[in-house]
Design a protein around this ligand. Sequence first.
Ligand code: 9MR
Ligand code: ZN
Length: 546
Amino acid sequence: MDRYDIKHTLHREKRPPFGIFIDQAGFLPGSAKSAVIPFECDFFEITDKNGSVVFSGETQSFGNDEASGDKVCIADLSRLTKKGKYRVKAGGKSSALFSIDDNIYDSILDRTLKAFYFLRCGCGLDEKYAGVWKHDRCHTGKAVLWEDNSVSLDVSGGWHDAGDYGRYVTAGAVAAAHLLYAYKLFPRVFAQRRVNIPESGMPDILSEVRYELEWLLKMQNPDGSVYHKLTTLLHAPFVMPEHDTETLYVFPVSSMAAADLAAVCALASPVYAKFDGEFADRLREAAVRSAEWLDRNPGFMDFTNPEGCNTGSYGQWDDKSNRWWAYMEMFSLTGSTDWFDKANALLDTHFPLTEFGYTETGGLGSLAYLLCPHEKDESTAEKLRNEFSRTAAYLKKLSDECGYGAAMTSHDFWWGSNMNVLKRGMIFALTDMLCGGEYRCQAERQLHYILGCNPLGISYITGVGEYHSNFPHLRPAYADGVDECIPGMVVGGPNSGLSDPRAKELIPSGTPPMKCYADDTESYSLNEITIYWNSPAVFVLAYLSN
Ligand code: 9MR
Ligand code: ZN
């Protein structure tokens, strides 16, 4: 799978229309506000909707920014607090339109959450909920067990992982966990939030996550082992999901899948108890079953693609952080110190305790412990809080040293770099909340980078901002024939590894890491979308809306 048959004349990258870079959604009235000017100039002005100058100031020289290769100066407009819509002007250039308002995060949160509905599999997307992005029922048939083709299973449902139509347990569990923690920590943000999905009776975020959890439960064997993934043998061509009718295979079990399933079900069970006791019980039973399987099977069971299969593998080096997460969620669910001891025994095995990715899940386990309702071992809790504080302090330094405010070094721009930025936003948010670290401003800056304060001046969330990604590597977005992309999707972003042929074609060698991006459908290593790039965005937006 190297090239796709994609008509580039239809989906062509637009040239960035703005010369000054700013968060295109905007700012809360009381927040720090700045724009980045990628050329030398002494003064800037802010104009309102009618073009009248309402604010002006001197720029601050920042100097060379390593990751972008830009020499930048900063326009600090924090003192402008009046609500309205504005542009920054300097040196004959302009920024995109941005707002100062109390509700700037609301519609972005709605759209990034609704994005999960648009990725639902095993059902049709009705026009009533999906508008022009509706489609027929997809992937509803049974799937064949890879190891024994005479067995077929009903494993329909869940979210499409990404631009492809595969469904992968570890990726799904982690994305669901980000959303569940967003709900757990910021329930008021979601209590009344409606994003026009078919279900009702509980907050929409929980209905949406339930859609994935029901699928995850189907991926569990009676003995508690869990299949790693469900995909066709090869990635589908760029067709609508209902036209992808190749045989679906259920691929072998992995220990990460069992761990992540146990963890997310243990996390979810008490959250749903208030709304649906029967579902909460099923989640609890599933969690116990997989956690016990994990305990009986202490060896690392990786997953590698069998010969001839080219869909995602989500393989790992080890499963320590997944076990840590599972055991800590089990402790949180049951209060049984046996689970705590099993988790604690892993602490010396050295894995990051503040990571929120689909391979390194240590941060989720740490969070489970710090938020659990039982009496805690103070020294473990202290260690975890210290880890968050230490990591956040380091990341703040990176953010301060970056002209665009991203907590990234120039070596951090790999496949899905936008997830790195957003995960770091999560760490700032959590350190702020759990350790009293006052990192709100840094969390905001990560989002500002995603929404346009970056050296390409592009908002990396489809449909958000005047100039945003619109041609992601996302099959329905290409095949539906609708000009405007499905909104609320976070694209992967700059990747200095240029890990696909189209990226190598589009990005000249020597391009600075933060500029290794193109809004191009074919480039999966620059411009795909995934559920676990959207979920940290929802988390950070929920934190900032709280
Ligand atoms: O997000 C994954 C990225 O970090 C890896 O570098 C890349 C290559 O292994 O795979 C990405 O995951 C893809 C997955 O394998 C299949 N669905 C689409 C995912 C996003 O590109
Ligand atoms: Zn589908």
